[in-house]
Design a binder for this molecule. Structure first.
Ligand code: SAH
Length: 217
């Protein structure tokens, strides 16, 4: 039987901090959220390997070091409101929620949305709302957001996300011309019409499927 808290601490030291993640909010969130609760029973002993793991509907829970890199790049603070696209297991939303005031998380797959809601409730995480729908159109009713993070890669940053970002807000999203191969892009909104964008390196996420993403085949 694995001691999960020991495995989690090992992950934070050797897979997260060792890769240069130094935001203390991110490190403490990774120490706090039990990743083993977000995967199927038979995968629990692999929960602290630094790799994506399969969840339902042919999707994956992202690799912990990439989640940490994305959340650090999003520069989250305690008063922030965050939009998380692609709830999947709910793990990235839970990490963000350990730092910020509230997370709206959008998932297009009803089975994943429902499982994630149950997992978050079981863990007593009450500042995440899981919405069922196409996240490429954002969530206009609750905008603006201080940060928008995406656990799925699209061909471009959806137009709605730029508009739903507060001035000073950050988008961190995988963008690429191929559905499974992207560059992690960080976009900052400096003013009403002034956005700045840069690449944080190559990544491989599942496709963002929707109106302003990849088509659903
Ligand atoms: N951050 C998640 C990663 C899940 S994988 C985690 O920690 O587990 C990406 C998820 O994005 C999948 O569940 C997929 O169904 C979802 N997805 C893809 N396109 C989407 C869209 N347009 N809107 C909402 N969710 C989407």
């Amino acid at each position: 039987m694995i001691d999960f808290s020991e495995a989690r601490e090992w992950m934070v030291v050797w897979q997260i901090a060792a890769r240069g993640i130094c935001d203390s909010n991110v490190l403490s969130a990774m120490r706090h959220v039990p990743r083993e609760e977000f995967v199927a029973e038979h995968l629990r002993e692999s929960a602290y390997d630094d790799s994506p793991l399969p969840i339902a509907s042919h999707q994956t829970i992202s690799q912990p070091s990439i989640v940490a890199q994305m959340i650090e790049a999003a520069e989250l603070g305690p008063r922030d409101r965050v939009l998380d696209i692609g709830t999947g297991s709910g793990y990235a939303a839970a990490i963000a929620a350990a730092i910020v005031a509230h997370v709206d998380s959008v998932e297009r797959d009803p089975v994943l949305a429902s499982t994630a809601r149950k997992t978050l409730a079981r863990l007593g995480i009450s500042n995440v709302t899981v919405h069922l729908g196409d996240g490429t159109v954002g969530l206009g009713a609750y905008a603006p957001y201080d940060a928008i993070i995406a656990g799925a890669g699209g061909p471009r940053i959806p137009r709605a996300w730029r508009l739903q970002l507060s001035v000073g807000g950050r988008i961190v999203m995988p963008v690429g011309r191929e559905p499974y191969h992207q560059r992690l892009i960080k976009l900052v909104r400096y003013s009403e019409h002034d956005y700045h964008e840069r690449s944080l390196g190559e990544v491989s996420f599942v496709p963002l499927v929707g109106e302003d993403g990849w088509p659903d085949h």
